[in-house]
Design a protein around this ligand. Structure first.
Ligand code: DC
Length: 228
């Protein structure tokens, strides 16, 4: 069967990565979490002091972008590629709420997007890829054979994310802080000028507010079989 590209876009914490991992495993495809790449650039900017609670010097980050080297290293035990920033595994650190608080701002910078989109397009050259993010079906792979657009209520998403952060041992998080972060990222991601989060015309919308993982996976697999 010929390999295809599956593009999964949608709001934060809609379970895009869970679904993408399930699909990649079933189809023996490569999973690419593009959010991890934006998060790693954000972590770099935070460490360099280009972005703080009171300050964001985008030009400093832009002029230093050539020093940001990103790649994924497949972790056999976990079954997916972990994010490496300049040769160091940052998979855990990029998931923290502090990084989530700045990532949408960093993602508005066109120079950052250009660099990451080029790298993402290279990863899809051989097809056989499930990629999730915000602009995969609209910008990165506008010709992807299958495009999904995931939504769920902000409350459901914040609850899922809050539980995830607690499970990871992220201290100091509250449901209210997570909800606020989810809502503010929705706003910035969908209103930015460069590649805003919008549903591609040919994407299939899935609202999983009240759908279990099994049901969702079954529905999407049958849809993909038809497209393949
Ligand atoms: O998928 P995520 O929540 O880990 O993504 C983190 C942020 O990265 C998200 O709020 C917006 C940005 N992002 C983006 O702008 N484009 C992508 N393709 C993926 C993520």
């Amino acid at each position: 069967m010929s390999k295809i590209i599956i593009a999964i876009d949608g709001y934060s914490s809609t379970g895009k990565s869970t679904l993408a991992k399930q699909l990649a495993k079933k189809l023996h495809y490569i999973y690419v979490d593009t959010g991890a790449m934006y998060r790693a650039v954000t972590l770099y900017a935070m460490r360099k002091g280009y972005i703080t609670d009171t300050y964001f010097e985008a030009l400093d980050l832009i002029s230093d972008l050539n020093n940001v080297k990103l790649h994924f290293v497949f972790n056999e035990t976990k079954g997916f590629g972990e994010m490496y920033l300049n040769g160091i595994n940052v998979e855990d650190e990029i998931r923290k709420l502090e990084v989530s608080q700045f990532v949408s701002q960093v993602s508005t910078i066109s120079e950052v997007r250009k660099k990451l989109v080029e790298q993402q397009q290279e990863m899809g050259i051989e097809k056989g890829v499930v990629m999730d993010g915000r602009d995969i079906g609209t910008v990165v792979f506008p010709n992807a054979k299958v495009k999904l657009f995931m939504t769920a209520s902000a409350d459901k998403r914040a609850k899922r994310r809050y539980k995830e952060l607690l499970d990871r041992g992220d201290e100091g998080v509250t449901y209210e802080r997570v909800l606020k972060n989810v809502e503010s990222r929705d706003y910035i991601d969908s209103t930015r000028l460069d590649s805003p989060l919008v549903k591609a015309d040919d994407a299939i919308e899935i609202d999983n507010s009240d759908m279990g993982l099994e049901e969702q996976f079954g529905r999407i697999m049958s849809l993909i079989s038809i497209r393949m």
